[in-house]
Ligand binder design. Structure first.
Ligand code: GDP
Ligand code: IMO
Ligand code: MG
Length: 427
């Protein structure tokens, strides 16, 4: 397998965890390069269901090695809990999980500032974050005030933390929020570091040597391009580059070592949290997508907003991430629909546009232009060959390819590994 970047091509929760899991077979390394435990990646192996937040999904394949790169923000206490959960279910991390010493740390004060920041905003400005402290941790990184994993294993850590906490407590007090206890945070962090310290290293030479030796890399994107801090629906986004560029800056593996970009695309659209979503449905079809697709957040349990497939969004992913091929997921969720709609363009203030406007107020005014297609109204469960799909399903996929501008190479018809169809490359 070529070195592959896998990204979410919508607003997250496209099924990246499942696709990473099936692609891990062909990779030596699985690398997370951005985001934090705001992510929730679900993998079903046999009867077992795993939800991973920080640990790369490749950990569920014995012998594969996983890296949490410099671009990730990492809550040490949450990570230890997750590692214990994975180990309890029979997977080892020793010699298999490596954590960048450059990865920034999420502390409890980041979580409190996240919650407080949201509470202080006017209703229309609230983002609906996962409240995992992601925004405040990346803010500290950009403000050059963050602490990195390497700082936590340095003898100076207690003193540096004390001074940070004094500063953060002033900020929390000014917001009228409760303050945090230095001794408590120090003890919890040191306890977590007793587990994590052996896994922390400089992952740049590690990955460099692996690439030189011919090992193959799979980069596990978190969130999706519409939540990317630059190309998403700013400010209703997360705080990292969820697009393919983030894989390089967040790992130290340079762009000219990357060979292929796979975009994970749901056969319809979902979004959790606030912000514009042109094809959102508020009717029985939206309810049906949520019910059949089990669209409830893997991290926060919130119901996901659901809507029709949006090709304007898919094209935005192709342009900004260089998507070579799609992994199209959850096609099975559409099995019962009589009619399907595909949004091919927007109408904005009386004009037709074919791209995502940068301004979020403009995007909120966009109304979708739809094409309608007949559904197939038969179960696709158990189908293992593309040619066996109902003709209407094949036509739907062909239309998505035509209007999105990239081919569907992987098709997912269920959460399990064996519910996946790999298509032969076409001319
Ligand atoms: P991620 O954040 O992109 O990894 O996606 P999530 O794990 O948050 O959400 C995707 C959900 O859809 C999970 O519950 C998966 O088990 C499930 N899933 C993935 N692929 C398919 C599929 O092809 N069909 C169905 N029905 N469910 C799927
Ligand atoms: P995965 O990797 C879906 C959303 C939040 C909120 C916004 C900002 O599972 O696809 P944050 O906590 O990051 O500051 O929240 O981004 N969000 C996600 N939505 N899937 C995710 O990750 C998400 N991670 C963050 O709901 O709207
Ligand atoms: Mg998710």
């Amino acid at each position: 397998m070529p070195n592959t970047i896998l990204i979410g091509a919508q607003w997250g929760d496209e099924g990246k965890g499942k696709i990473i899991d099936v692609l891990t077979e062909g990779a030596d390394w699985v690398v997370r390069a951005q985001g934090g435990n705001n992510a929730g990646h679900t993998v079903e192996v046999g009867e077992e269901r795993f939800v991973l937040h920080l640990v790369p999904s490749g950990i569920l394949h014995d012998g594969k090695r996983c890296v949490i790169g410099n671009g990730v923000v990492l809550d040490p206490v949450a990570l230890v809990e997750e590692i214990r959960g994975v180990m309890d279910r029979g997977f080892s991390v020793e010699g298999r999980l490596f954590i960048s010493d450059r990865a920034h740390v999420v502390f409890p004060y980041h979580r409190m500032l996240d919650a407080q920041g949201e509470a202080c905003k006017a209703k229309d400005d609230q983002i609906g974050t996962t409240q995992r402290g992601i925004g405040p941790a990346y803010s500290d990184k950009a403000a050059r005030f963050g602490l990195r994993m390497g700082d936590l294993i340095d003898p100076s850590f207690p003193e540096v933390l004390r001074s940070r906490i004094e500063d953060k407590n002033r900020a929390l007090s000014a917001l009228g929020a409760p303050t945090v206890e230095f001794a408590e945070i120090l003890a919890a962090t040191q306890e977590a570091m007793a587990v994590l310290a052996p896994l922390v290293c400089d992952t740049v030479p590690l990955l460099h040597d692996a690439v030189r030796a011919g090992d193959t890399m799979l980069f596990e994107g978190a969130q999706g391009i519409m939540l990317d801090i630059d190309f998403g629906t700013y400010p209703f986004v997360t705080s990292s580059n969820a697009g393919s560029g983030g894989a390089a800056t967040g790992s130290g593996v340079p762009p000219n070592r990357m060979d292929r970009v796979v975009g994970v695309l749901k056969a319809y659209t979902t979004r959790v949290g606030e912000g514009p979503f042109p094809t959102e449905l508020f009717d029985a079809d939206g309810e049906e997508l949520r019910r059949v697709g089990r669209e409830f957040g893997a991290t926060t349990g919130r119901p996901r907003r659901c809507g029709w497939f949006d090709a304007v969004v898919a094209r935005h992913a192709v342009m900004t991430c260089g998507v070579d091929e799609w992994a199209l997921t959850k096609l099975d969720v559409l099995d019962g629909f009589e009619t399907l709609k595909i949004c091919t363009a927007y109408e904005l203030d009386g004009r037709l546009i074919d791209h995502v406007p940068a301004n979020v107020r403009q995007l909120a005014r966009c109304t979708p232009i739809y094409e309608e297609m007949p559904g197939w109204q038969t179960s696709t469960q158990g189908i293992t060959r593309y040619e066996e799909l109902p003709a209407a399903a094949q036509r739907y996929i062909a239309r998505l390819e035509a209007v999105s501008g990239a081919p569907v190479a992987i098709l997912s018809l269920g959460p399990r590994r064996d519910e996946t169809i790999f298509r032969e490359p076409r001319a």
